[in-house]
Design a binder for this molecule. Structure first.
Ligand SMILES: [Zn+2]
Length: 469
């Protein structure tokens, strides 16, 4: 091996098989060039990471990169600059936002890549929300362009999608969409809610609590777990009969989890994602309308059921569902507040503080769910593992930190976090995207802006293994 560009020296390195070894990581040409005995191998620059843990950078397969109050798509390079800054702060080195529109995507495909690449500090790909027949007809081409994952809002029936500018769909649309995905190498990411039942419940709950005094519990009661589970079961069953894979996004409740696992047992190729906030918060968390999200924060028992499933290897991935609307979007109480909140800045610190420090799970259990599993499931063949030849996307973390999340240490332009005030035992020290520092010694670097690139994905077509750890 010739001289590497960079050596991360003296750290504890997390290998793809889950073992931790004392090693130096060498980077050349943006790829991992070697994982070698400490002090060996030549590098033009060496950085001492003694006492720190070297992880593959996190892959967040669920977020929304929008502009101001609009979560449909990025509009200016600064949208990517701030939110990839949030990602690097949280140890995320690649993410896949959902792009949403009622219009065809191909006419704007290159434009949104260009806008995003101009500001991005890390690599990214896209999922597209499919809501019209014209968009469905574009799918083979979108898949050919490296965007093989389609989101379906199962809840946009009738006028429900008007808030997002989308027309209504039905189960026949979902059936045809899954057939198309099965035929063209794609995968469905459904937002599962039986909205017809939720409408009935919303009217009842609203009549009983018109001022929204019940806060998050009131919101949960308008679209409870059975609403999520019913739609998820339907989507998984339809995916099975059409032969398409399905990624169960933002699974929030024990009941939805059971529905997905039952379908998996029937042969459905379903991977299960939960989100960070369902692992740390519930309807009793006392954060008010700031915590309004869809699906809602659930009961404490749901949160514990998710941890049990995660520990058992039944949950495949953890994402953020990051939305960077400003904090003003949360005003007006539980009925008026917009759903969603940012999560990228806090990602690895919160996940590892809760999972590793508080719950005692080994890194070998936790890390794949935020690195190799989403990378493999989403077709990011060069991301998610520290292995020679992979992209040098790396998060170097201090597992023995003690700090508190405040507004001041957030990079998202949303300017708030549901974890504000919480003490963290883990801190991201360095984040590298293809061998370049996006975050160095805890500070975002200026020269990382505009270095992120669109990554074309191709699904492997192989279900994830669910063998017990
Ligand atoms: Zn989302």
């Amino acid at each position: 091996m010739g001289q590497a560009d960079l050596g991360l020296r003296g750290g504890t390195v997390h290998l793809p098989d889950g073992t931790l070894i004392e090693a130096d990581v060498l980077v050349a040409g943006g790829r991992i060039a070697g994982i070698v005995a400490p002090g060996t191998g030549e590098a033009a620059e060496s950085v001492d990471v003694g006492g720190l843990t070297v992880l593959p950078g996190a892959v967040d397969a669920h977020l929304h990169l929008g502009h101001g109050m609009n979560i449909a798509r990025p509009r200016v390079p600064d949208d990517a600059k701030t939110e990839t800054g949030a990602a690097a702060t949280g140890g995320v080195t690649c993410f896949i936002p959902y792009i949403m529109s009622a219009d065809p995507y191909l006419p704007v495909f290159d434009e949104i890549i260009g806008i995003t690449e101009a500001g991005a500090r890390i690599d990214f790909s896209w999922h597209f929300v499919i809501a019209t027949d014209a968009q469905m007809a574009e799918l083979p081409t979108l898949i050919g362009h490296g965007a093989p994952t389609a989101k379906l809002f199962m809840n946009i029936r009738g006028d429900e999608g008007a808030r997002l500018g989308l027309p209504g769909i039905d189960d026949g649309f979902m059936f045809r969409l899954l057939e198309t995905l099965a035929a063209t190498g794609g995968m469905l990411c459904p937002h599962p809610e039986n909205i017809e039942v939720a409408w009935v419940l919303r009217d009842r709950v609203r009549a009983a609590d018109p001022e929204g005094e019940g806060g998050l519990a009131t919101w949960n009661a308008t679209r409870p777990p059975h609403v999520e589970a019913d739609a998820l079961a339907r989507a998984c069953r339809t995916a099975r009969v059409t032969g398409a894979p399905l990624h169960a996004v933002h699974t929030s409740s024990a009941e939805a989890l059971r529905a997905a696992l039952a379908e998996r047992a029937q042969g459905s190729d379903v991977s299960i994602e939960t989100c960070l906030h369902y692992l740390t918060h519930d309807e009793t968390s006392g954060i008010g309308a700031v915590g309004k999200v869809n699906p809602p924060l659930r009961a404490p028992e749901d949160r514990e059921a998710l941890w049990t499933a995660l520990t058992a290897g039944e949950i495949d991935t953890v994402g953020t569902d990051h939305i960077h609307r400003p904090v003003e979007s949360k005003e007006g109480g539980i009925w008026k507040a917009q759903p969603g909140f940012p999560g990228l800045d806090a990602f690895l610190p919160v996940y590892l503080t809760e999972g590793h420090h508080r719950r005692g799970l080994p890194l070998s259990r936790l890390i794949p769910l935020v690195t190799s599993n989403p990378a493999r499931r989403m077709g990011l063949s060069r991301k998610g593992a520290l292995r020679v030849g992979m992209d040098a996307d790396i998060a170097v973390v201090d597992l023995h930190a003690d700090w508190t999340i405040t507004k001041d240490n957030l990079a998202t332009d949303a300017g708030f976090s549901i974890w504000e005030g919480q003490r963290m035992g883990v801190r991201v020290v360095h984040t590298l995207s293809r061998g370049r520092f996006a975050l160095r010694d805890g500070a975002l670097t200026d020269d990382s802006v505009g270095q992120g690139r669109f990554v074309a994905r191709q699904l492997e077509g192989v279900p994830l293994s669910h063998a017990a750890p």
